[in-house]
Design a binder for this molecule. Structure first.
Ligand code: AMP
Length: 396
């Protein structure tokens, strides 16, 4: 089978084409800065890596171009070769607890959750419509970022607000990065030679967006992101947890309106707000030169993470393994060490040699004396979406 995975973000479209035989990737790529006067197109096949600039303008054009490039670069001969298309959909509300075949009813529901994810759900839908306009009859599957977290109990997902806000407006915590947390938890269990349902795990997805998940018996029982991806850890440019009083203070004491404050909290805060950049590699370079704001940014980032780990250790009652993933989790040995050396209460002992060894595979980095296993497990959201897509198609 050939399965195309589309990940439509607010200003980009990423794609990966999978052949389900050995899950090889005949083509992958992305188009970024879609709304800028000039967008950048990356298109990779086994023999070729193309990068060029072109005006794209909107998501439908981007998807159209990527699909046509599959043919013009002879990755496929005709669209009919595609057996299914899997879409990452950010918000499935409290309705979708697993991946589903895209039908008109599903599209209506995804649209109805747009107020909860205004930057993502409409664009995810646009991706589905763009495919429909180009390819007739290819089954499309929606894989939801929120689905893995549907097992979180109500005492953890409810906010302490009047019931009517939950009942009428759906104001509750949903959690995100679910595909990634589920994937790395499963991969790590496999690598440990254990069944996922035997384990109590804390998975740390640390990238530009960052979240923690407490996974017990293979199920998410709590996660740090909330109704939107703004809650929880300090992130690349998002503030994470914040006293809501700060928002009223800003409204009352500055000229900022709600949209401007939302923009501030989503795009100008986090590591960027403190150190002026959301790029952890640059922050590390500046830490080596004793830059005080880079040092503070790293200290804050790590402090939030260890607070969540402590909280989730209490929630789980026992922790077998801590899993690092995402751009920072997978590649920043410095961040991993800074986190692990602060977890002595939990009996965590990192092996600094294993931690700094150049390795991009799923690997353990704990000392044999550690009470909790430490793993670095690369995430692959597109592969996970492709596998879930195939499961849905096989059930038809
Ligand atoms: P993601 O959103 O998962 O792509 O992660 C992006 C974050 O990972 C950015 O802060 C990058 O600076 C960080 N990152 C990527 N590679 C490295 C690396 N080799 N060392 C430190 N941070 C990295």
């Amino acid at each position: 089978m050939k399965v195309l995975v589309l990940n439509t973000g607010s200003s980009s479209v990423k794609f990966k084409l999978f052949s389900t035989k050995k899950w090889s990737v005949p083509a992958s790529g992305m188009i970024e800065n879609i709304f800028e006067p000039v967008s950048t197109v990356y298109f990779n096949t086994k023999n070729e890596q193309r990068i060029y600039s072109e005006k794209i303008g909107n998501h439908a054009n981007a998807i159209g171009l990527l699909l046509k490039m599959l043919i013009s670069h002879r990755v496929i001969i005709a669209f009919e070769e595609l057996d299914a298309i899997g879409h990452r959909v950010v918000h499935g509300g409290d309705l979708f607890c697993e991946a589903v075949l895209v039908t008109q009813e599903v599209k209506n529901k995804i649209a109805s959750f747009a107020p909860l994810a205004p930057l993502h759900n409409p664009i995810n839908l646009e991706g589905m419509l763009a495919v429909e306009s180009l390819i007739e009859n290819v089954p499309q599957v929606a894989v939801f970022d929120t689905a893995f977290h549907h097992t979180i109990p109500s005492y953890a997902y409810r906010y302490a607000l009047p019931n009517s806000l939950y009942e009428d407006l759906g104001i509750r915590r949903y959690g995100f990065h679910g595909t990634s947390h589920h994937y790395v938890a499963s991969q790590t269990a496999k690598a440990m030679g254990k069944e996922i349902h035997e384990l109590a795990m804390i998975t740390l997805h640390l990238g530009n967006g960052a979240s923690v998940c407490a996974v017990k018996g293979g199920k998410s029982i709590d996660t740090s992101m909330g109704m939107t991806p703004l809650e929880g850890l300090m992130m690349g440019s998002r503030s994470g947890d914040l006293d809501p009083g700060v928002i009223f203070y800003l409204m009352n004491h500055t000229q900022m309106n709600a949209d401007e404050i939302e923009h501030l909290l989503n795009t100008q805060s986090g590591l960027k707000g403190i150190a002026g950049t959301n790029d952890m590699r640059k922050i590390e370079e500046r830490i080596n030169k004793n830059d005080p704001l880079a040092i503070l940014a790293m200290e804050m980032f790590v402090y939030r993470i260890i607070k969540y780990i402590g909280a989730y250790a209490a929630v789980l009652g026992d922790v077998d393994v801590l899993v690092f993933t995402g751009g920072i989790g997978e590649h920043s040995a410095k961040t991993r060490e800074a986190i692990c050396t602060k977890l002595t209460l939990l009996g965590v002992q990192i092996d600094t040699h294993l931690n700094t060894r150049n390795n991009t595979l799923c690997r353990s980095i704990h000392d044999p004396s550690s009470k909790i296993a430490l793993w670095v497990t690369p995430t692959d959201e597109e592969l996970c979406i492709a596998k879930e897509t195939v499961q849905v198609i096989n059930r038809l």
